[in-house]
Design a protein around this ligand. Structure first.
Ligand code: DQA
Length: 149
C-alpha cells in the first residue's frame, strides 16, 4: 500500500493552545485523526512524526524514507533555515508537499522564505488543518499519475 510520511516540526505539538487566531483550535492528535480518516478513504497508509528538533526529523527521514512513497511536512520555523532538513529531504528522494496552517505570505517577512519549497511538488498555506487533507489528497493523485520521484 502507498505510504505517506506526515511530519510536523517545532512547536506544532502545542497546536490547540498556541495562537489559535493563526493556527486554529484543533490539537495535533485531532488533526492526525482527521488525516487518518481521509487516508482510509484514499486507501493510503500514514506514518506520523513530530519533533521540536531538526536533527530528530533528519534521523526520522534517514530511517523511514526507504519504506515510504511520499512526504507531507509542515516544517514550522525550520521552513526558512532548515538546510539539513532540506538535504535530508533531497536524500530521501521522495515527492514532498509543504503545508502551513497560516498564510505565511501574509505574515512577517521571515516566514515567507522557504528552503523547502524549491524541492517540493507544491506548497499549501493558509487553509488551516484542512491543508493537510488537501496535501494528502494531492500526494495520492501525484503518486498515481506521475509516479515516484
Ligand atoms: C507554520 C508557520 C511558521 O511560520 C511557524 O513558524 C509555525 C507554523 C504554520 O503552520 O502556519 O510554527 O508553519
Amino acid at each position: 500500500m502507498t505510504k505517506i510520511l506526515v511530519i510536523n516540526g517545532p512547536n506544532l505539538n502545542n497546536l490547540g493552545r498556541r495562537d489559535p487566531g493563526q493556527y486554529g483550535s484543533m490539537t495535533l492528535p485531532e488533526i492526525e485523526t482527521a488525516i487518518t480518516e481521509r487516508a482510509r478513504e484514499l486507501g493510503v497508509e500514514i506514518a506520523f512524526f513530530q519533533s521540536n528538533y531538526e536533527g530528530a526529523i533528519v534521523d526520522y527521514l534517514q530511517q523511514n524514507s526507504g519504506g515510504a512513497d511520499g512526504i507531507v511536512i509542515n516544517p514550522a520555523a525550520l521552513t526558512g533555515v532548515g538546510y539539513s532538513l532540506g538535504d535530508a529531504i533531497r536524500d530521501a528522494g521522495l515527492p514532498l508537499i509543504e503545508v502551513h496552517l497560516s498564510n505565511i505570505h501574509a505574515r512577517e517577512e521571515f516566514r515567507r522564505h522557504s528552503v523547502i519549497a524549491p524541492i517540493a511538488v507544491g506548497q499549501i498555506a493558509g487553509l488551516g488543518w484542512r491543508g493537510y487533507l488537501y496535501a494528502l489528497e494531492h500526494m495520492t493523485h501525484h503518486l498515481r499519475e506521475v509516479g515516484p520521484a
